[in-house]
Design a protein around this ligand. Structure first.
Ligand code: KG4
Ligand code: ZN
Length: 383
């Protein structure tokens, strides 16, 4: 069995391509030279955290393919993403995922006219795998390299969902590492207005899930269990909700859940047993607190910016209660809210269609571009 065949047999079925043929497909120089006038497809690559993803997108922003290989099963027993495991898994999966994206789109490398890749923010080792693949393809195919901000790409998935220009707008990105509010002036001009001062919303979902004995990632599981719970059972804090700052804090909420489960330090009171109903009530009350704060901060951002469109992206954007509450708020205020479709809320490469905005404007990155792993947070001095 060849090395590629062995690797392919370890891949989830959805990500298996005919990777035995990769070496020959990667260097189709003759075909590249012959068909340069036809090369108008964007190949987008995403590897910032624990999803290895590739997508092929045409100039109309039609997603011809979007392949996502999640690594959840590798990180589950640790209750969160282990960076070294993530980067090794990206390394194994990146070529099969790219190959599958091309195959599903009915495209070959010769059809690709530019490569977009998320370089910021994320885990350094994970980002490096995607960037190295992107640079290599850009070099071999002699096409432009486009580097994109993963968080801004989350907002761009709203543009793709709408199928029209949605800018200018206010924006909320709620993911595993970020809870950011934006004034989105254009698809390439995002002003960061606020961010979290500690845990991100998704991180809080994941940590609370761990406290409640649920698996990683916690968001979808908490959402499911909360369906049978009472959202008013526990009066959890809504940090910063009444504060004028466009910032978030979720660590106090997480600690409040912890104390409700294990008891308050210094108190002799023994908390009631963690029955399935109590878990459901805790999950529903926690979710209600997060949603209240997110919706409240979106309203403040709309007031502050005067925008009449709100874009929402990132993994927590898949949450049903949040989606409903945002729609209710939009109807009440007479504004438009565009939430990324669920499959484009969590990490994917289709949102790398943002690369088209760079491509059309000729904003290319050199081949010595590096990753920029740091979190996108508002600087204290800018407050
Ligand atoms: O955007 P994303 O896929 O990755 C990052 O860029 O971080 O977001 C992942 C986060 C995880 O924390 C996960 O628990 C959360 O999104 N999430 C959800 C839901 N689906 C995913 N949180 C609440 N409700 C959901 N349905
Ligand atoms: Zn993300």
């Amino acid at each position: 069995m060849s090395r590629y065949a062995r690797l392919r047999s370890t891949m989830p079925p959805s990500t298996r391509g005919e990777i035995e043929s990769l070496p020959s497909r990667c260097i189709e120089k003759d075909r590249v030279n012959q068909s340069s006038s036809l090369r108008r497809l964007l190949l987008a690559i995403e590897s910032s955290c624990d999803e290895t993803a590739a997508a092929v997108i045409d100039s109309e922003r039609h997603v011809l393919s979007s392949i996502v290989a999640t690594q959840h099963e590798l990180h589950q027993r640790f209750g969160g993403v282990v960076p070294e495991i993530a980067s090794r898994a990206h390394l194994e999966r990146i070529l099969p995922v790219i190959d599958e994206a091309l195959r599903s789109a009915g495209a070959v490398l010769a059809d690709i006219g530019a490569i977009a890749v998320a370089t910021h923010p994320g885990l350094v080792g994970s980002l490096l795998v995607g960037l190295t693949a992107a640079k290599t393809l850009a070099l071999v195919l002699d096409v432009p390299l486009l580097t994109i901000n993963h968080i801004e790409a989350h907002l761009y998935s709203c543009q793709m969902a709408a199928g029209r220009n949605v800018f200018p707008a206010a924006g909320l990105v709620v993911s595993g590492g970020h809870s950011n509010l934006y004034n989105c002036r254009s698809p390439i001009d995002f002003e960061l207005l606020g961010s979290t001062t500690d845990d991100a919303a998704g991180e809080a979902f994941d940590k609370v899930a761990q406290i409640l004995g649920l698996d990683y990632p916690g968001g979808p599981l908490i959402e499911k269990i909360a369906e049978t719970g009472n959202p008013t059972a526990f009066p959890f804090p809504r940090s910063f909700l009444k504060d004028e700052r466009l910032d978030f804090s979720f660590s106090g909420l997480k600690t409040a859940v912890l104390y409700a489960v294990r008891g308050t330090p210094g108190s002799r009171a023994i908390p009631p047993p963690l029955t399935s109903q109590r878990i459901a009530d805790l999950a529903a009350s926690f979710q209600a607190a997060v949603v209240d704060v997110l919706v409240g901060k979106c309203e403040q951002t709309l007031d502050r910016t005067g925008r009449t469109t709100l874009l929402v992206g990132g993994g927590v954007g898949a949450n049903t209660v949040l989606r409903q509450r945002l729609q209710e708020m939009a109807a009440h205020r007479g504004i438009e809210v565009i939430i990324a479709p669920r499959q484009y809320c969590t990490d994917n490469a289709a949102m790398g269609a943002l690369g088209w905005e760079l491509w059309e404007r000729g904003i290319f990155s050199p081949l010595d571009t590096d990753v920029n792993p740091g979190l996108v947070r508002k600087r204290a001095a800018a407050q």
